[in-house]
Design a protein around this ligand. Sequence first.
Ligand code: F6P
Length: 323
Amino acid sequence: IKTIGVVTSGGDAPGMNAALRAVVRACSYYKLRCKGIRLGYEGLITNNIVELGPRSVSNIINRGGTILKTARCAEFRTEEGRKKAYENIKKNEIDALIVIGGDGSFTGAHNFEKEFGIPTLGVPGTIDNDIFGTDNTIGYDTALNTVINAIDKIRDTATSHNRMFFIEVMGRDAGFIALNSGIASGAQDILIPEKKDEIEELFEAIQRGEKAGKLSNIIVVAEGEELGGVYDLAKFTKMKYPKYDIRVTVLGHIQRGGEPTCADRVLASRLGVAAVEGLMEGRSSVMAGIRSNNVVFTPFDEAIVKQNVINNELIRIADILAR
Ligand code: F6P
């Protein structure tokens, strides 16, 4: 391998820049050329590719988003799109590819490698923490901290007005952000898709809070929760308990932005270097991750298909502490 291409793809996540910096600097350390593909896979298809050196990634370790820009690229899901991408890979003399993104991006990378034999290696970058093969994904810790800072502020109003707040957090189909931020912000109830809650369980949690003398409530709801969404939940609760003063807050994309935390910067730095070293050792079609503080490589097949499981102990703790 002489030249590595690097791309950030899918939804941005805080720490993607730190991962990019680590890839570029590791390439320089090992005397490899590094080329950055702009705007996700779209840049491969349109030949939007730039040479990157160690100084191209100065002052970005602390910045959210991705300086390469990113996209969810529909054309790369087609064979024709991937063929164009391959032509540009050849034109740019790229021998191997590092993809910083989520499972959708890894699926694209995996297909691309199977069709054209370009070694690819994934680095998990998503706030959702829904990728198998790593304890944490890059961006997850930052998103959690953003969420608890926001909920702490909302709590001030909830307490001052004796209100109940339904707060929707991101996570796509996964409840990791909701469960962990819910515990860390002292939520009265946490609704996540993995738990398959019934509305009665929510009502029981509210009743328990009332019996325990609570005058305000924070209910954290994962966006992937299947009871009908945060507005319906608030509506049903108001119908059941008209006396409650209820508000809804959807935290939205503030969860994706901002400076990465120390944990995310270190994780991104480790995985970026591991990705370059992995390719040099001849690994491909795998994702670099960290489990129990060790770098591990998981085949794309598994990383894409398998699910991270919710820790039942956390569900139990959330329940104990809400009483
Ligand atoms: O995967 C990250 C994520 O922020 C999810 O939590 C959310 O469901 C989705 O992306 C939102 O995507 P978009 O920014 O394309 O609306």
